[in-house]
Each structure stands twice: as C-alpha cells, then as structure tokens.
Design a protein around this ligand. Structure first.
Ligand SMILES: Nc1ncnc2c1ncn2[C@@H]1O[C@H](COP(=O)(O)OP(=O)(O)OP(=O)(O)O)[C@@H](O)[C@H]1O
Length: 243
C-alpha cells in the first residue's frame, strides 16, 4: 500500500487549555484523493482543517505530509510545503480586483514572475468568467463567482493538498453543484488532493471518494463513498446527536 499524502494520527487540540476539541483524531488522505469530512455541528470539522494548516497547534499526536512532520508548524510554512486552505468565509479582498486577488494568492511565488503569469493564465483558462471580470473589484462578484475566486486564488501556487471548509455555505443549490465541479476541475488541472468539510452532504457525496464521519473530535465512521448513502449519513448523525 502506498503511503498517504497526509497522515493525521491521534491528534488532540484545544482552543483553551483543558478543553480538547480534537480528541484523538486520526485520518489518512491518499495522494490525489478527495476526502469528505462530515459530522454534526461542533464535531470539530473546521478545527481539524485549522490544525492541519497550523492555525491551531495540537498538543498531542502527529501530522505528516509526504512523511514529513508538520504538526505545530506555522501556516506560512505549511503553505510553503504545498498546502492551501480555503476557509469558510470568503478569503478575498473586496476592494482589490479579481486579478489583484489572484496575485495576492500567488504571494509566495511572486519572485518567479514567469511562473506567476503562467499560473494566472491557467486559472483564467479553467474559470473563463474570472478572466472576463479580471479588472472588476472582487466585492462586485456574485456569490458563486466570489466562491470561485476564493478557490482560484488558492490554486495559484499549485498546492499538493487543498483544505476546503464548507465551500457551498450560503449558496443556492444550483451553485453548490457548480462549486463541486470547480473543485473537481482544480483537482485534475493542478493536479491536487482535497480534504473537504461540508454540511451539504448530498452534493458532496456525489463528488468525494472517501468519507470520514466525525463526532466529538474523533472519527465515528469512515470508508469509501459507496458505503455512505444519504440514509446512512442521516442515521449516523442521528446517532451522534442522541449520544
Ligand atoms: N476560536 C475558537 N475558540 C474557542 N472555541 C472554538 C473556536 N472555534 C470553534 N470553537 C469550538 O470548537 C468546537 C468545534 O467547532 P468546529 O467549528 O470545529 O466544529 P464543526 O464541526 O466545524 O461545526 P460546524 O459544522 O458548526 O461548523 C465548537 O464547540 C466550537 O464552539
């Protein structure tokens, strides 16, 4: 069996000392995979992504990227190792243009002007609407386009791993499916690996390859997506809520 790209082993992490939100979380993400993390509100899904990206330091356990320990590294170092993080809230600057936002996304490769230019051109090829609106302020984009820009700016550095937190929150159902399509496009075009958290289970299940159900800061169930129909997900969430 090949080693996973991302391996999380028995992680414990807290915002306040003594109150662990992640309580022994373990998870493997294979290279090129698309892993969906689901679970009831407050299960620790967003906290998991923040911990992998270095926004929160675990006080126990190990996280490795391609075998290299990354637990506790600051976000800029995790990013430099090829990890991008698309937070739940839009990560774009509304007063900057679309293109300026993409350049900010490419900050770590700014000294290689030719590469940055190539990367922006590739993003425009994948998302033509962003090319059309390159000189418009990000704040004037529609909800779906804004989400597209949030994802696109994290693609500029050609990350090996993208951590994506609830990309469809607040979007109309038809746009939610488009967001998943664009994540799939990013996955194939870069190519990259995706670890995604979403409450919008029905759309997410159609695109993911593997599912991890979290409750109380650890794994409650995990397996290939074929084992996770919507009915099973509903039953599992019900079980979590009943304790
Ligand atoms: N910055 C913070 N400081 C203190 N506690 C926090 C902070 N962020 C989250 N928490 C707490 O950590 C727990 C897990 O939150 P988290 O956002 O990881 O859950 P989640 O599974 O992503 O839930 P949701 O689906 O509601 O976003 C919750 O009890 C939440 O109140």
């Amino acid at each position: 069996m090949t080693a996973p790209l991302l391996a999380i082993e028995d992680i414990h992490a807290a915002y306040q000392s003594g109150v662990d939100i992640l309580q022994g979380m373990s998870l493997d993400v294979p290279l090129g995979g698309f892993v969906l993390v689901i679970g009831p509100n407050g299960a620790g899904k967003s906290t998991l992504l923040k911990t992998v990206f270095g926004l929160l330091g675990p006080h126990r356990g190990a996280i490795t990227l391609d075998g290299k320990p990354i637990a506790g590294l600051p976000p800029h170092e995790v990013k430099r190792l090829g990890v991008s993080y698309v937070p739940q809230e839009l990560n774009t600057f509304p007063h900057l243009t679309v293109e300026e936002n993409l350049r900010v996304g490419g900050w770590t490769i700014r000294k290689d002007a030719a590469r940055l230019k190539r990367r922006i051109a590739q993003v425009y090829e994948i998302f033509p609407v962003l090319a059309e609106r390159r000189r418009d302020k990000a704040g004037s984009l529609s909800g779906g386009q804004g989400r597209m820009l949030s994802v696109a700016r994290e693609m500029i550095t050609e990350p090996r791993l993208m951590l994506v937190d609830e990309p469809t929150v607040g979007l109309a159902p038809n746009l939610a499916d488009q967001v998943y399509e664009l994540l799939q496009t990013a996955r194939k075009a870069i190519p990259t690996t995706i670890l995604l958290v979403d409450q919008n289970v029905s759309d997410a299940l159609r695109h993911a390859e593997a599912v991890v159900m979290m409750n109380l800061g650890k794994v409650k169930a995990a397996g290939p997506v074929a084992e996770f129909g919507e009915d099973r997900v509903r039953d599992l969430i019900q079980e979590c809520l009943l304790g």
